[in-house]
Design a protein around this ligand. Structure first.
Ligand code: PBG
Length: 336
């Protein structure tokens, strides 16, 4: 690209519609594309066998027992989806203020990881580091009075991460937004000899109302006291996201994530422009619920709106997208 002044294009020498005149031409000039390789499929886990349980606020998404999750993992493999993410539903009676189940090597996430990696070693498995699926108060960390304790929480996240990696997890995704957790987890992984474990940090994660259906899915909705604004980011801020990302990179993140997705495309764009490392967007549960709700009512064209929403992330700079539409999108992309 030179800096020489270019002649100002003008009509009718330029007719922008020429390149759009036919499908072959539109395909030829397309700047971005979507493929199953871009997708990460989040799954929700429940206890039991042969169980699938509907999640009312996420029409079409179900909680799966471990054996059903293994089946879903097989589906991911056959659809060329490279990674699945695992989230456990925990009933109130198994939660406590410290989120103790997070550090139980036989919890649902560890069980499912072992079962899936045994059956499908070539499929990537991503596990969150965060306590909210396990705490009785629904927060991502341990509490003292009204405060979420940072450093004490990080100590537990380290143990949770190591157990998940020992179960076979490939990517640890700290979603808790405690300060310093990426560095602490990275150091612990190195020390334990897990030198190839990737960290995808939820680096710019906002305190968002769009997580509502996810909290239904994991059983946190009734539990959560207050909000997460002392650790998740203020939706008013964009520059601050760049500081968060810079810190996580310095601490050892291999990939970063911006979350939620569509309402934060500006942040995604800036992060990719500024750092250029593998950058992911999470099309979160509330975004899924909005689209699935409108699709279910016949107000939006299902196939087109799924692919358009996902392609938007690619255009903004995402290398991949965590989305509950992953299997549907992969099927569409493969013409199935
Ligand atoms: C928990 C976590 C959340 C999501 C992923 N990991 C919710 C939260 O922070 O309250 C949200 C995902 C979604 O809404 O789809 N740390």
């Amino acid at each position: 690209m030179t800096n020489e002044p270019r002649p100002t294009p003008a009509f009718p020498a330029i007719r922008m519609r020429r390149n759009r005149k036919a499908d072959w031409s539109r395909r030829l000039i397309a700047e971005n594309s979507l493929s199953p390789n871009d997708l990460i499929w989040p799954l929700f886990l429940i206890e039991g066998k042969g169980k699938r349980e509907a999640i009312p606020s996420m029409p079409g998404v179900e909680r799966l027992s471990v054996d059903e999750a293994v089946r879903a993992a097989g589906e991911a493999v056959s659809l060329d989806i490279p990674v699945i993410a695992l989230f456990p539903h925990t009933p109130m009676e198994k939660r406590d203020p410290l989120g103790s189940l997070a550090t139980d090597p036989d919890n649902l996430v560890c069980q499912a990881t072992r079962a899936i990696k045994k059956e499908f070693p070539g499929l990537g498995v991503l596990c969150d580091a965060a306590l909210d699926p396990f705490t009785s108060h629904g927060h991502d960390g341990v509490m003292e009075g009204e405060r979420i304790l940072n450093d004490e929480t990080v100590e537990i996240l380290i143990r949770q991460s190591l157990l998940q990696v020992e179960a076979g997890c490939d990517i640890i995704a700290p979603s808790d937004m405690m300060d310093g957790r990426v560095g602490a987890i990275r150091a612990a992984l190195e020390e334990a000899g897990h030198k190839d474990t990737q960290i995808m940090s939820y680096a710019a994660k906002y305190a968002s109302a769009f997580y509502g259906p996810f909290r239904d899915a994991i059983g946190s909705s009734g539990a959560l006291k207050g909000d997460k604004r002392t650790y998740q980011m203020d939706p008013a801020n964009g520059d601050e996201a760049l500081r968060e990302v810079a810190l996580d990179i310095a601490e050892g993140a291999d990939m970063v994530m911006v979350k939620p997705g569509l309402p934060y495309l500006d942040v995604l764009y800036r992060v990719k422009q500024a750092f250029g490392l593998p950058t992911f967007a999470y099309q979160v549960s509330g975004e899924y619920a909005m689209l699935a709700g409108a699709i279910g009512n016949g107000w939006l064209d299902r196939d087109r709106v799924i692919l358009e929403s996902l392609l938007s992330f690619k255009r903004a700079g995402a290398d991949g997208i965590l989305t509950y539409f992953a299997p549907a999108a992969a099927r569409l992309l493969k013409g199935l």
